[in-house]
Ligand binder design. Structure first.
Ligand code: XBP
Ligand code: MG
Length: 250
């Protein structure tokens, strides 16, 4: 039985990367007088690195005008990341980001039927607070039983730490929950935690491979809409498939 639905945030709940974080990173570069700008394509490459601070450090490694020493780079990355998260929250507050199709509906269906809602994200807590506050209002924390962010699970996806912690806090087993993701790294994290995972591909991952996903679709409203009954079927199907494969291998 499906007891919990665990959501990734960036790219899954909303298209936050291209239209949110990327723009906010560029505003942070500008605020500190740096000539660096991340265009849509370059940011797509950088998404292979999870975590905004880690992404900045990775990019600096190939920039001749970045500080030479590791401590200076670390300090600059921290300051840029801080400014970026403030800019991101402003952008979200201005109404610049809306939920992806079907997100509100599936959350409402879970609430109506007592399926717990949780978050497992590598993004900072302030970003979740800004985004979820704008989508579900100031009481959004009553809707989500647990919210695991970068501060709680510092080892970033594709490591399963965020999902394992979400399961532990929920008090449910991996075969009683489903994950929703948009990226290959997020899918890998969910699978490594033992979870079945459905994928709604975000703009940056339209051509990516999602081996091991329970299903892959454009969004939750794409026909046929991903209803709670279909999510229950997804879980039942994945449990049946894994017990069949364990019978074959044992
Ligand atoms: C996506 C990420 C994050 C965001 C930026 O996380 O990798 O780093 O791009 O957020 P997820 P921060 O899809 O797991 O939500 O700058 O706070 O890292
Ligand atoms: Mg994501």
């Amino acid at each position: 039985m499906l007891r919990a639905l665990i959501w990734d945030v960036d790219g899954t709940v909303a298209e936050t990367e291209r239209d949110g974080h990327r723009i906010a990173f560029n505003q942070a570069f500008e605020a500190l007088g740096l000539p660096w700008r991340w265009d849509v394509a370059h940011y797509g490459d950088l998404l292979n690195v999870t975590g905004g601070r880690e992404r900045l450090l990775h990019d600096m490694a190939s920039r001749a005008d970045a500080p030479a020493g590791a401590p200076e780079r670390e300090a600059l990355a921290r300051e840029l990341h801080r400014i970026k998260n403030v800019a991101y929250a402003d952008l979200v507050l201005q109404g610049g980001i809306t939920p992806r199709p079907g997100v509100r509906r599936v959350v409402d269906e879970c609430r109506a039927t007592g399926v717990a809602l949780a978050v497992a994200t590598t993004t900072s807590r302030s970003n979740v607070e800004a985004l979820f506050g704008s989508i579900w209002g100031p009481d959004w924390e009553r809707i989500f039983t647990t919210v695991v962010c970068a501060e709680d699970a510092p080892v970033k996806k594709p490591h399963p730490q965020a999902y394992l912690l979400a399961l532990q806090r929920l008090g449910v087993a991996a075969n009683e929950a489903l994950a929703l993701e948009d990226s290959p790294g997020g899918l890998a994290a969910a699978r490594a935690a033992g979870l079945a995972c459905g994928v709604t591909k975000s703009v940056y991952f339209t051509d990516a491979r999602f081996d091991g996903a329970a299903w892959v679709r454009e969004d939750l409203d794409a026909p046929p809409p991903m209803t709670l009954a279909r999510l229950q079927d997804t879980l039942a199907g994945s449990i049946a498939a894994s017990s069949a494969s364990s019978q074959v291998t044992t």
